[in-house]
Write a protein that binds this ligand. Structure first.
Ligand code: FES
Ligand SMILES: [Fe+2]
Length: 383
């Protein structure tokens, strides 16, 4: 499928869903996919995946996590400690999070500062990364401060997300759909480590075949089981999970059929970024692989509702409880899959026609790893 593939508008997605409801059908992939179990366990494969992630455009945080001049987010992206900060000019810059004197990390977590002062000896950097002040500078004869600013990375803020692109990184940003509209505010963020391979966690977002079995008391009462509209754009994808309430759109003309409150979209940006839409809430989830069997999950929660409005607050609380309960169920399944990896019961996992977006993910991952390997082989001198 071409990278120019456009996503359908809400009216088209809703129409396809209503037809699936009437026909008791769902979107089907053209083929199934078999993924070797070894690919979830092998340290060699994991090292190649991490190298690929380091060479791929990555999401640092939502724009809304950096609302003001001086707002910053410091976190490890594909194993590299980074610091993203909004300058007084409104621009977000991302730097390697290390002082240029003796390497101390400059910032932790999130906050808002006028400058970054290293805790060790006080070297001070502006929000633009420039080295502004060195205490007792005469101890560094010949120091050219203009060459010792923080080391920047190519940064792009688009679709409500801050991305970094490594040198020669793969383009991800062409043709992205709107993801987080500017009126969304950050209402919370969390990070946690899970003893699960990162790809098992990615997979848990990308199909609706498990809604009834896994989410019988949470999502299933509100959503359909195994009824999805699945789209691909480039290496990315989007899956729509309709709520039963979508039936109320039937009498409306197409232009009035809104996805808000009638379905959840999950966008998958290859390889490890997810954006999920819920009523009054949006989530940005980034999965950072740490080892073959451990992943750090960053979750940023956003809302477009006024939290002083008590009705909106109630809706938000209910949405949060529901999503938390559903996410807990997904996590338990992911842990169970991870525990099963060592059983030797499977040489491969089989993803069926309902799980086409997972096949798309693995197919693209394999192709990207093959390409990286060829590049590596090509850059090695011939024996
Ligand atoms: S390491 Fe930062 S000022 Fe010395
Ligand atoms: Fe789920």
């Amino acid at each position: 499928m071409s990278s120019k593939t456009r996503l359908a508008d809400d009216a088209t997605v809703v129409q396809r869903i209503l037809e699936h409801i009437d026909n008791r059908t769902t979107d089907l992939a053209e083929t199934t996919w078999r993924e070797p179990v070894e690919n979830y366990r092998s340290p060699k494969r994991f090292a190649a995946e991490l190298q690929l992630l380091r060479a791929t455009t990555a999401a640092v945080c939502p724009s809304a996590a950096l609302p003001d001049a001086g707002s910053y987010v410091a976190r490890d992206v594909a194993g590299t400690p980074l610091l993203a900060v909004r300058g007084p000019d409104g621009r977000v810059r991302t730097f390697r999070n290390a002082c240029r004197h003796r390497g101390t990390q400059l910032a932790d977590g999130t906050g808002c500062q006028k400058a970054f002062v290293c805790r060790y000896h006080g070297w001070t950097y502006g929000l633009d990364g420039e080295l502004r002040h060195v205490p007792h500078e005469y101890g560094f004869p010949g120091l050219d401060k203009s060459t010792r600013g923080l080391v920047p990375l190519e940064t792009m803020e688009t679709r409500g997300i801050v991305f970094v692109t490594p040198p020669h990184g793969n383009a991800l940003l062409d043709d992205l759909p709107p993801l987080i509209p500017p009126n969304f505010r950050l209402v919370g963020s969390e990070q946690g480590e899970l003893p699960v391979n990162w790809k098992i966690l990615v997979e848990s977002f990308l199909e609706g075949y498990h809604i009834r079995s896994t989410h019988s008391g949470t999502f299933y009462p509100l959503q359909f089981d195994n009824l999805n509209v699945v789209e691909r754009f480039g290496r990315n994808g989007r899956i729509a999970f309709p709520y039963r309430a979508i039936n109320k759109l039937r009498p409306l003309p197409p232009e009035e059929r809104s996805a808000d409150g009638t379905l959840t979209y999950v966008y998958h940006l290859f390889p490890n970024i997810m954006i999920a839409t819920f009523p009054a809430r949006r989530f940005l989830v980034v999965l950072e692989p740490l080892t073959p069997d451990c992943t750090r999950q960053h979750t940023f929660m956003l809302t477009d509702r006024d939290e002083h409005d008590s009705e909106a607050r109630e809706l938000l609380t209910r949405a949060r409880e529901l999503v938390d309960a559903g996410a807990t169920e997904d996590r338990e399944v992911a842990l169970a899959i991870q525990r099963g990896l060592a059983s030797g019961g499977n040489e491969f996992f089989e993803f069926g026609l309902f799980e086409g977006l997972i096949g798309h993910f693995h197919r693209n991952l394999q192709a990207a790893l093959d390409q990286e390997r060829k590049r590596d082989d090509g850059s090695r001198p011939a024996a």
